[in-house]
Write a protein that binds this ligand. Sequence first.
Ligand code: PBG
Length: 332
Amino acid sequence: MDYPGFPLSRPRRLRHHPLMRRLLKETRLDPADFVLPLFIRQGKGIRKEVSSMPGVFQLSPDTAVEEAGKAIAAGVKAFLLFGIPASKDATGSSALDPEGIVCQSLRALKKEFHDNCLLITDECFCEYTDHGHCGILSEKTGRLDLDGDATLPLLARQCVEHARAGADLVAPSGMLDGMVGAIRLGLDEAGFNHLPIMSYAVKFASGFYGPFREAAESPPQFGDRQSYQMDGGNAREALKEAALDIAQGADLVMVKPALAYLDIIRQVRDRFEVPIAAYSVSGEYAMIRAAAKAGWIDERKVALETLTAIKRAGASVIITYHAVQAATWLSG
Ligand code: PBG
C-alpha cells in the first residue's frame, strides 16, 4: 500500500479528537454575525405568525420591543426593520411619514435598548405602494414600469426620516440605478454624513422571496420585478452593480439571496474591500423549516451548516430568520 502521499499523509489524524476538530475549525459562526429581520405593523399586542414562515411573526411596536429583548439576551443585537403601513397609495406616501410605523418602532426600540441594539432599516416602497412595486410607476419606457429616477428623491427622504428616528444603518433594497448616490447626498444635506449605507447592491429576481411577500404584505399587483432585480445567471453584472454602489458611497454591500448565490458572495468578497452582507431570505428559511417540521432533516444541523457556508463564502454579516435559534444553538 504505497499510494501518492499515503501512508505518510493521513488527514484523519486531525479529526479523531473532538477538541482537535474544534481547535482547527476554519469558519466559526458567532451571534455577532447575525441580523434578525422584524416585520412591524400598527397596533398593540400583535403576534401574528406568518403561515409560510413558522416561527416568524408580524409584530406591533410593543411586541417588537419584547422580541428584540429576547434576541438581545441571546446575543443577537442587530435588527432589520420592515414596516407594514396602515394605508397604501400609488406613491407609497406613508413611507415618508415621521409618525409612520418604522419611525415609531425605531424610537420605541432605541428608548428601550439605547446603544445595546443596532437598528437597520430596509429602504424601499414596495410595502407602501398599492401596486406593490418598489417606487413610483410611469410609462417612460413604453410600458408601465418602475420609474427609478422619479423615485430617488423620495427614497432619500425616507432614509432621512429613518435617520432622524434613530436608524443606525440604512439599507436600500429597490435596485434603482443611482439609489446609493441619491441617499448619500440626501443624508449628508440633512446632517447625517456619519450614517452608513448598506446597499442591497446585488439582488436577484428570485423565487426565494415568496414567503416574504406574505410577511410584508408586498406582492406586486401586476407583473414582476425583473425590470429592476437581476437575472440569476449573471455574475459579471453582479460585480458591476457592486462597483457602482461602492463608487456612489455604499459602506457595505449585500448579496441576496444567499444560498443559491454563494459563488457571487465569494466573487464580490475577492474583488472589493468593503464588508459583505448576505441575506438568507424567506424561502431559504421556509424550506429548512418545512423539511424539519416534516421530520425529514435536522433543523439545527442544516441551518448551522447553511449559515457556515454563507460565512465561508465571504459574508461578514448574515441576515437570517434563524438568527436567534442559531445564537442559542451556538451557545449550547
Ligand atoms: C424589498 C425586499 C424584499 C425582501 C427584502 N426587501 C422583497 C422583494 O424584493 O420582493 C425579501 C426578503 C426575504 O425574502 O426574506 N423591500
